[in-house]
Each structure stands twice: as C-alpha cells, then as structure tokens.
Design a protein around this ligand. Structure first.
Ligand SMILES: [Zn+2]
Length: 344
C-alpha cells in the first residue's frame, strides 16, 4: 500500500502531540465560545376601565390571565455514544416541557460554554468533542441551562461524562525531498492562520443534516484519522487530522451532508480546500483538490453535491481526498459520522 500525505499541525502542536505520544497529558482548548442572548419581555395587564354610559352596562372586562412563572425543572441529558473518545464526538439531547416550545439553552463542558440548538420537536440538541490529545477523565461534569425566549428559566441539568482514550497507530511515511519541501518555510504558521479564519464563526442554525454523513468519494482508505506520523524516520509528530481516501485525479468529491460553503481556496499544506458549515458547530473539509466547484455565498447545498475533484495539491504523495470533520473547530474522526447519527 502506498502511504499518503501527512498534515502536520504547527510545530507547536507537533511538539505537544509528541509529548502526549510519550505519555504526558495535555489539553487542547475547544473552539468558539457561543453566548446565549436573552430577550427581555414585559407582560403588563391593562386594568378594566369603568363605564358610565347610559345604556346597558356590559359585564366587567376581566384582567388578562397573568402568565404563571414556570417552576424550573430538572432537565435530563441523553448522550450518544455513552462515552466520549479522544478524537471523537458526542451528541446531546435535552427534552423540554410541553410549555417550553420556544426554549433555548446553553451547555458547559471542559471549561467552555456552547449553544444548544432547538430542534423541530422542541427538544434542544448539542454536540461536543474531545481532541486527539485530550487527557482521559473518568468523570467530567456537563451542565445545561434552558430558558424561554423571554428569558424565564425552564430548568437546568447535569451529568458526568467519561473521556476514554482511543489508541491509534503510528504511521511511518516516506516522502521525497520535493514533497517534503512543501512543509518548509512558514507553511505551518500560514496554514494555522487560515484554519483560524475557517473556524472563527459558526452557522447558528440547528443541524442541517439528519442521520448519517455520506462517504465523499470512493477509493481506498490509505491513512486513517489520528495516526501519529513519522516522516522519513523522523520524530513522531502530530496526529493525522483527517481520513485519506485515494482515488484518481479528477474523481468527483461529494458533499458529505447538507450545509453552506464557509471557505474555499488554497492552503499551503492541505492544498485546494472547501470547508462546509453544517450548522450546530459542525463543519467538514475537503482537501488537496484539483478543482473547486462551489463558492462561499452559495445556497445551502444538499448532501451529494459535487464540491470539487480529487487532486494532489499541497502536501501530497499522490492524488487523494483528505476528508475532515470538525466540532467547534476540533478535529474528530470523520469515518465515525458514516455510522453514527449525530443528528436525527
Ligand atoms: Zn490526509
């Protein structure tokens, strides 16, 4: 089998991952902090106006029934899967009382706050990820809070989440001097600067897909997600941020799930790239493309849309698609999304 390209992160990240590979725990900050805006609303009752007309006296107008202050309830958080693996994602579902049809909410996990999305059935939905180098934990608290659109409290809840380590192998990659030159100079910092642009904001819409993601192209999986890499027998570096699917140059690349194009253009290492926002904090990325067929500003695209063609731009030893899925900017194993419904 022919080995395929590496996508090392910045040298800083590489050093950090190397430390983890050697046994030291480290945390990677999860991405964007989303706030929850509350809109205040006053409910005033108009007093009945006395009447002095000489005709038949109408019955007094009753005061409008005041809105009862809801009693905050204990919210139950359902999760899928039951534990959160390193380099994996977890879906949250929070059922709402019948009267809370306009609910909105947030959740806190691992020191960050994120938005919950309201689904069509009134429940709240969220998603969280553990980075490849996240230290395992047997019990990490996750809390949710929900309010009405007017800011009245609906309730809160909490549960403990276990972060379990996922063991992944080391990939020893041999590249030519010409291929390796792509990684030189300031390629790493420039790549990271582009990544920050790509994950600076998120579509606040609820998930735009239901069920499973689709495999974006046929072809052999040549390097799986999360494999740490040694290039030309050098030190073991960062984990692979995506899944490599090898195929002939020019083979169509299909959108894995419905979404809106968030970014397109060349990247020093990932080559020609398309990043699509699927709502709810989830994005997918398609890299090393030989052609890009979509643009920022396009309408919401359905799953299966041809976003580009397989290529070998950037750091690549042959034509293949480097396919990524991110949750709030944290890379997770995209292949899991082909078999686990993170949104239903
Ligand atoms: Zn790759």
């Amino acid at each position: 089998m022919v080995n395929h390209p590496d996508l090392p992160e910045s040298s800083w990240t590489r050093r950090r991952l190397l430390r983890v590979a050697l046994g030291a725990g480290a945390t990677l900050p999860l991405a964007a902090l989303l706030g929850c805006t509350r809109q205040g609303a006053d409910v005033s009752a108009s007093p009945a106006t006395p009447t002095t007309t000489t005709t038949a006296t109408p019955p007094p107008t009753p005061n409008p029934t005041p809105t009862p202050a809801p009693t905050p309830v204990a919210l139950t958080i359902a999760v899928l899967p039951a534990t959160l693996g390193t380099g994996e994602a977890m879906r949250l579902e929070v059922a709402m009382p019948n009267w809370a049809s306009d609910a909105k909410g947030t959740f806190r996990f691992d020191g960050k706050q994120y938005a919950l999305a309201r689904r069509a059935d009134g429940s709240l939905w969220g998603i969280v990820a553990a980075s490849l180098d996240r230290a395992p934990s047997t019990s990490l608290p996750l809390t949710v809070e929900a309010t009405t659109a007017a800011g009245l409290p609906i309730g809160s809840g909490s549960r403990n989440i276990a972060i379990v380590p996922v063991q992944r192998p080391i990939d020893y990659l041999q590249v030519t001097e010409e291929q390796g030159a792509v990684l030189g100079g300031d390629a790493g910092p420039r790549e990271e600067a582009i990544r920050q642009q790509q994950f600076a904001s998120f579509d606040p819409a609820p998930p735009r897909w239901n069920g499973l993601f689709q495999r974006p192209t046929d072809g052999e999986t040549t390097t799986e997600f999360g494999w740490a890499r040694s290039i030309n027998n050098g030190p073991v570096g960062a984990g692979h941020t995506g899944t490599d699917l090898a195929n002939d140059a020019g083979t169509p690349v299909h959108l894995a799930a419905a979404g809106r194009v968030a970014w397109t253009g060349p990247m020093p290492i990932r080559g020609n790239a398309v990043v699509v926002d699927h709502g709810g904090g989830v994005k997918s990325g398609y890299h090393h493309l030989s052609a890009i067929n979509v643009a920022v500003g396009d309408a919401i695209l359905p799953a299966g849309t041809v976003v580009g063609a397989v290529g070998s731009t950037g750091f690549a030893t042959g034509p293949h698609l480097h396919f990524e899925v991110t949750v709030w900017g944290t890379n997770v194993d995209a292949m899991t999304w082909l078999s686990v419904p993170f949104s239903t």
